[in-house]
Design a protein around this ligand. Sequence first.
Ligand code: PLP
Length: 377
Amino acid sequence: MSPQGFRPETISVHIGNEPDPATGAVAPPIHLATTFRHSADGERIAGYEYQREGNPTNDRLRETLAALEGGEDAITFASGMAAMTTLLECLPNGARVLIPDDCYTGLRMLCAEYLPERGIETVAVDMGDLDAVRVACTPSTAMVWIETPSNPKLKVSDIAALAEIGHAASAIVVADNTFATPLLQHPLALGADIVMHSTTKYFGGHSDVLGGALVFAKKAELSAKVAHRLHITGATLAPFSAWLTLRGCRSLGARMAMHCANARKIAEFLASQPQIERVNYPGLASHPGHAVAAKQMRDFGGMMSIELRGGREAALSMASKLNIFTNATSLGGCESLIEHRASVEGPNPRSPQNLLRISVGLEHVDDLIADLRQALA
Ligand SMILES: Cc1ncc(COP(=O)(O)O)c(C=O)c1O
């Protein structure tokens, strides 16, 4: 089945989910084999050799992800961080990389702790300030890393404008699309070269499977280099994890619609509460990135953060009084989560002490609002 002309909801159900040709099974089988029979002189019988290099369950997921993002190739990894690391390891020693000033802590730590060992310089820029990005994007810049909406402040950046700036410097433009998912935003169509995902989040959707992916606009030298590096360095996605992620993909459209609907109502409720100084949710007209988000996103997602009046104490007090929201890291599952990010970001937290990050789940929104209301009382 070709993804041509189908909407994301249809692609996520059908592409990579064709009935098993051997049995007609409508749900895909899991191929757990680590090795595949070949001829005496090493010729592959059905295209596979060894699980670390590739397996049929992973290939189904690759097909789904590539079709959803509109890319020519997708590569899956054992985690989002493995995807990120493998890609950054393909840059030459001494490269310069621009990253957002607000981004997932793991990227920030990778850039601070490991990339300098190879002389890779990372420069944190406010990606919403296009003039600042133009200045930072020198001719020696090898990669521009976008994360929009960003984690945890939900900053929005203009993917098309950033792709243009990056390409003018011949840089590779990568977008972490974890928060939005391809149900809401298509960075490749806006000019990015690569989309990165933590599939641990919305794709898996049930807080029970770790995974990552890169989707390439073009199947070319760089995608081949990344695939080879993964084969040799070994951060392969296990087939059972690929299967669980595929299962998550099939309901992604329905889940994202409800995450967005619930989040919009919760953001409006929280914005009306005097105890809350700021609600960072791009769906609110008051959000500084609202216009850009409305231009490049189909809806505004299920993630938000709030900044409370009364600093750290007020934030911890609210987080500790919630009954339905669980205090836990991660996001994108069915259950609503809340987290005081500064408490979990290691010795040099970047998040404000009064900030709580919220992953809005699939519970009834009135129950969620009632829970938030009692925690603020
Ligand atoms: C935006 C974003 N990118 C990447 C990652 C890393 O993904 P993983 O935890 O699957 O390694 C995370 C994890 O929280 C994330 O929130």
